[in-house]
Design a protein around this ligand. Structure first.
Ligand code: GTP
Length: 465
């Protein structure tokens, strides 16, 4: 028989945590040598506090080969102690022996299981005074609480594993994202509720079929390629986006798909998981933002009325070309056009008609420039400007004349013009090869001066002629 310890302790000792009981009990002064079972490797501790009103408690945590023998020894302690606890690790045989009707304890002792898991078994005597029992109960409750607080419930590894599997299964099943698991060759083994909604296919229908065949042919082929790459890549996952027309509502939705290799504990590839997230709303927002960005960009460089470049764009282009032509020492020309008597036009036909006229003139001028490097911009109210990089003065003058003629030939009625009965424009040409000591403004001034002369000389003409 081997009993690791038989502890008897008063309330102070009982207040200690069970793991520290041995320590606490070692401070108790009297050893229960009269137990006379030391030869059986029994360590007994006894505390008999004659002055104390507190009941004495015994804790037994033995491994026992001869339960009857131990039960007898316990009985010999009964005059000294009030209660005995068999703590975790106590022998089941001992417990059975103590609980049997023919137990050596006799009829004065009642054996009571006070813990659902057999954690502690209580032996309580019916002989003790009621008030002592009450005291005991208080002590016992206190002790139980202590023990509960310091002891974790016993959950076996298998139980833990089962619970965690159940949790996982619930999470997968009710996830917002579609979660599909397949074997390495694409046979579906798990198909959650979100997958059912996307493909309008129950789990029973999907499990066992090939993932390459659940949607259209193109996607199936793409998945096949992805699977192939997955097993040949180091990182083990692939992400792509697809649009799927949902069977449930025939709406085209966008999904982000992450495919990753499932490996077992030995690192062997055993399948693939596919997680599909609906990104339709995100995509729509992205598209709207892209449109807004495009519009803003356009607005910042385009004239809202005539749709040709605005002055900001012209200034930017002029600076760029100035620097480039300064380096290459090539000619730069600009032509500044102004509609003749446009105030009269507005006064005669109204502002809205004036706007239409501006649009037409812009269109005519735009049609006259052929080189992709040329730029037409609205420079002011009824002023347009042409930027002609690499064009010399002669060519610029010739283009200016063509533009003048084209506007005239458009025959836009202008009854209040003092020089014609159709809309005409005057133009001033500026032309130079940029030099280090001058600035882009120089060429603007040049063209502006020429325009002034054209106006002064009777309009509907180009300067220098
Ligand atoms: N409809 C319309 N008119 C504009 C716009 N911008 C400027 N104008 C008008 O263009 C006219 C320009 O008049 P002025 O600068 O006196 O020149 P003009 O009447 O064309 O006379 P000259 O240039 O000397 O031939 C003004 O009446 C402006 O109100 C615009 O966007 N739309």
């Amino acid at each position: 028989m081997i009993i690791s310890a038989l502890h008897i302790v008063n309330e102070q000792g009982a207040n200690a945590h069970i793991s520290k009981l041995n320590q606490a009990l070692e401070k108790i002064d009297v050893f229960l040598t009269e137990c006379n079972i030391s030869t059986l490797e029994l360590d007994c501790l006894r505390h008999k506090n004659a002055t104390s009103e507190q009941p004495c408690l015994a804790f037994i945590s033995p491994t026992i080969n001869n339960p009857i023998q131990v039960a007898k020894q316990i009985r010999s302690l009964l005059s000294d102690i009030d209660f005995i606890f068999l703590v975790e690790g106590s022998s089941q045989e001992l417990l059975t022996e103590l609980q049997s009707p023919t137990s050596v304890l006799g009829s004065h002792w009642e054996v009571k299981d006070i813990h659902s898991e057999g954690f502690i078994h209580q032996l309580s005597t019916s002989l003790k005074a009621v008030h002592k029992r009450r005291k005991f109960r208080t002590t016992l409750t206190h002790l139980q609480n202590k023990l509960k607080a310091t002891s974790k419930p016993k959950v076996s590894e298998l139980q833990k594993y089962t619970v965690s599997l159940q949790h996982l299964s619930h999470i997968v099943e009710h996830a917002h994202d579609a979660i599909i698991a397949t074997t390495s060759d694409g046979i579906i083994v798990k198909w959650n509720q979100a997958s059912q909604k996307i493909f309008h296919m129950s789990s029973d229908e999907a499990v066992g079929t090939s993932i390459f065949e659940i949607y259209d042919h193109d996607w199936g082929r793409r998945l096949q390629t992805d699977y192939h790459s997955l097993f040949n890549s180091d990182h083990g996952f692939i992400e792509h986006e697809i649009s799927i027309t949902r069977a449930v509502d025939l709406q085209e939705n966008y999904y982000n798909i992450i495919l990753s290799v499932i490996r077992d504990n030995n690192g062997e590839d055993i399948g693939v998981s596919a997680v599909m997230r609906d990104i339709t709303e995100k995509k729509a927002t992205e598209n709207i933002l892209a449109e807004i960005r495009k519009d803003l960009e356009k607005m910042s460089y385009e004239d809202g009325l005539t749709s040709v470049a605005n002055r900001r764009m012209f200034d930017k282009a002029l600076r760029n070309e100035w620097g480039r032509l300064l380096r290459t020492q090539s000619p730069l020309s600009i032509i500044m056009f102004d509609i003749d008597y446009f105030k009269h036009y507005n006064d005669t036909y109204g502002h809205q008609e004036g706007d239409k006229c501006l649009k037409k003139v812009a269109e005519i001028l735009k049609n006259e420039i052929k080189r992709s490097s040329d730029l037409i911009a609205r420079y002011g109210g009824e002023e347009f400007i042409l930027l002609l990089p690499g064009t010399n003065e002669e060519d610029a003058k010739s283009l200016a004349l063509k533009c003048c003629t084209a506007v005239r030939k458009a025959n836009i009625p202008h009854d209040s013009s003092e020089i014609s009965n159709t809309v005409t424009v005057s133009g001033g040409v500026g032309s130079l090869i940029p030099i280090q000591t001058s600035k882009p403004e120089a060429i603007i001034k040049m063209a502006d001066n020429m325009l002034y002369i054209a106006k002064k000389n009777g309009r509907n003409q180009v300067q220098p002629t």
